[in-house]
Ligand binder design. Structure first.
Ligand code: AMP
Ligand code: ZN
Ligand code: FE
Ligand code: FE
Length: 290
């Protein structure tokens, strides 16, 4: 049996509603899912209700972009409940920073000669959270790029002319805020840290000491050897080896709920380990064979 702990809905930059994602998860035969929309918990209520009706275990979450010494890091915060709390209270500031950044992206793209407005991008996002994939979709619809990837490669990715940085929490602060809010912080898709596997261990040890609860080992883009390697690193550190598809619907073509590119199967144990990492001071069993 399998789970999928990394999913985006229309409440950030996914194309499907939480309800539709639950349907897809049921059809994929999953036992549990987590919703991890960027910077928001707004989809959690709908997802929780749909999951309960479908008999599926549901974990609320969000995905934050934070700063680490080597650059940006994506941090998943699991078991983060909507409402108030140390991390929840920061989400509004983060969303405001995103809104300011989005206005600046529009200005950049217009100065590059593209006819596009924030209203059009907001409409693409359905009136909810606007992310770069929505800019990419508008550029595609207007014929400025051949596909979504080209929109990032040419204009929207870091270092490209339509890219605008935004303020981020630093990783250690975000980890502490997540823990103070009863959430479990987990590093998403660790390859995007831009460090070699040899440097992972020192970084992960430092972050685990600060409260990191897990690493996304079972990621759709990883080959089986990489998934096993990262899971072994997690066992050594006594943190959870989690995983998910990073499904975004049509905004990331080719990824399915549960199975990713077809070969993903995040074991049920990933959720058990994540629950273990939620216990105050508790750790998942360390690898005895170390
Ligand atoms: P944002 O949070 O608005 O900065 O957008 C980040 C999202 O854009 C990521 O979660 C991905 O869905 C998408 N994204 C970022 N970089 C790329 C890329 N190089 N190619 C395709 N999608 C990307
Ligand atoms: Zn996204
Ligand atoms: Fe991410
Ligand atoms: Fe994601």
């Amino acid at each position: 049996m399998a789970v999928d702990l990394h999913l985006h809905s229309v409440f950030s930059d996914g194309s499907e509603t939480p309800r539709a994602i639950i349907d897809l998860a049921v059809r994929a035969g999953l036992t549990a899912i987590a919703l991890t929309d960027h910077d928001t918990l707004d989809g959690v209520a709908e997802a929780a209700a749909a999951a309960a009706a479908a008999g599926l275990t549901f974990v609320p979450g969000t995905e934050l972009s934070v700063d680490w010494t080597t650059g940006p890091m994506h941090l998943l915060a699991y078991f983060l409940e909507p409402g108030t709390g140390p991390l929840q209270d920061r989400l509004e500031d983060i969303q405001a920073g995103r809104a300011r950044r989005n206005e600046q992206i529009v200005a950049r793209l217009r100065s590059l000669g593209f006819d596009l407005s924030l209203e059009e991008v907001a409409a693409e996002a359905g009136g909810r959270g606007v992310g770069r994939p929505h800019f990419a979709a508008v550029l595609l619809r207007k014929g400025y790029v051949a596909d979504l990837r080209q929109a990032f490669d040419r204009y929207l990715a870091a270092g490209r002319p339509g890219y605008v940085n935004r303020e981020r929490l630093d990783a250690i602060t975000a980890i502490r805020l997540a823990r103070a809010s009863g959430a479990v912080p987990v590093i998403a898709h660790p390859h995007t840290l831009g460090i070699t596997a040899a440097d992972y261990t020192a970084a992960f040890e430092q972050l685990a000491a600060a409260g990191l609860g897990g690493i996304e080992a079972h990621y759709a883009e990883y080959r089986p050897e990489m998934r096993q390697h990262l899971a072994a690193v997690c066992r050594r550190l006594g943190i959870a080896a989690t995983g998910g598809s990073d499904f975004h619907g049509t905004y990331k073509p080719g990824l399915q709920v549960g199975s990713g590119h077809g070969d993903l199967a995040v074991p049920d144990e990933a959720l058990e380990e994540l629950r273990g990492a939620a216990e105050p001071g508790a750790q998942v069993p360390r690898d005895q064979a170390r």
